[in-house]
Design a protein around this ligand. Structure first.
Ligand SMILES: [Zn+2]
Length: 361
């Protein structure tokens, strides 16, 4: 794309591009550094303080602040690059202007990909290190479980059923009631964050799938109900994997997985307005009619649902549904063509749509 620019603009654009790429390499190295340091530093803290949440909590907060700082740096650098590219675009005309707007969109997408990858790296790192901490806690809890518990009155060994929490145990020899409390390893693993961290690590693939699904959904300008259900389905799969794994692995977990999953999902139903749902359903039917080439049904549907033809075209374009674009353009020509030659009119509208698609940052 760069090679197609006219020479004076090409030279100026190259400078901006190289600056941006150089910046990403530099900040990428800072990320690698942060990950490597966190790995070593957190291992040391885990070895020294596995049952003290204070120092580890502080270390995780510091790590999060460091990642946020790197994200801010990328956003600030992008603002500068954006401004410099704008200055070049101000001097561009015709083909140069179109090329530069596509180039801008490419860079903007690369920035968003970069930030998303950074989110994923942070998520992976914290999931792994929190699970490492949980493994250290688990080992300690197993040692504590191996220690015999004796009656404080007669010294006979006690049988502790709910060993993961405090309980009153009646001695089978002398019938005295003993108040028994778990050790710190058991308390932190089963009562604190330990079991959660191991279950989260086991179900992490669903966490990443959910992040991808959310990103894909939010990138759509004109979502359909099907798109929304795909996104919400990924969220449900994540919670299902989490609670089912928790119920299978953790004897101290007493919740009902299905009720807990539904409680999490109610958040999505609660914030979803009826108007949004209706609009998504109307968009879905519109796309189906357009893809089927049913122009009569499509025209009736657009009127009944008061859909904007321009938005419908964006919906078809962002899904690269050529047949649907054709059907919608035919309707648009019938409405706005004003007797202009049809072939040229359609070709011009298609070019505009392609430019819109390529220019989306
Ligand atoms: Zn006893």
């Amino acid at each position: 794309m760069l090679a197609q620019l006219s020479p004076p603009l090409r030279a100026r654009t190259t400078v901006v591009l190289e600056k941006w790429q150089g910046f990403l390499v530099k900040v990428g190295a800072r990320v690698d550094e942060a990950v490597a340091e966190a790995d070593v530093g957190l291992d040391e803290l885990i070895a020294a303080h596995s049952t003290d949440p204070g120092p580890l909590g502080a270390a995780f907060s510091a790590l999060q602040a460091r990642f946020r700082g790197l994200q801010t740096k990328v956003s600030e650098a992008w603002e500068k690059i954006d401004g410099e590219l704008d200055a070049v675009r101000d001097d561009a005309e015709g083909n140069d202007a179109a090329l530069l707007s596509r180039l801008w969109a490419q860079l903007s997408r690369s920035r968003r990909d970069w930030l998303f990858d950074l989110d994923l790296r942070y998520e992976r790192l914290t999931i792994r290190k929190e699970a490492d901490l949980a493994r250290a806690l688990y080992q300690q809890s197993e040692r504590e479980r191996g220690e015999p518990v004796n009656c404080h009155h007669c010294g006979a060994p006690l049988r502790v059923e709910t060993w993961w929490q405090s309980s009153n145990v009646v001695c089978s020899s002398c019938k005295v009631v003993n108040s028994v409390s778990p050790g710190p390893g058991i308390a932190y693993f089963y009562g604190g964050n330990g079991a959660h961290a191991l279950v989260r690590e086991r179900s992490q693939d669903w966490v990443y799938a959910q992040l991808h699904a959310e990103r894909a959904y939010k990138a759509l300008r004109v979502p359909t109900e099907e798109d929304f259900q795909r996104y919400v389905g990924a969220v449900r799969a994540m919670y299902t994997a989490y609670y089912q794994t928790m119920a299978a692995l953790n004897p101290a977990f007493s919740g009902d997985p299905n009720a807990l999953i539904e409680a999490k999902m109610s958040h999505y139903a609660h914030y979803d307005s009826g108007a949004d749902k209706k609009a998504r359903a109307a968009n879905g039917v519109m796309l189906q009619l357009a893809m089927a080439g049913d122009r009569v049904g499509l025209g009736a549907h657009l009127r009944a649902e008061k859909l904007d033809l321009g938005e419908c075209l964006y919906a078809a374009a962002e899904r690269e549904q050529e047949g649907a674009i054709d059907a919608l353009l035919e309707l648009q020509y019938a409405a706005d063509g004003d007797g202009e030659p049809k072939g040229a009119w359609l070709a011009e509208r298609r070019r505009e749509l392609e430019q819109w698609l390529a220019g989306r940052g």
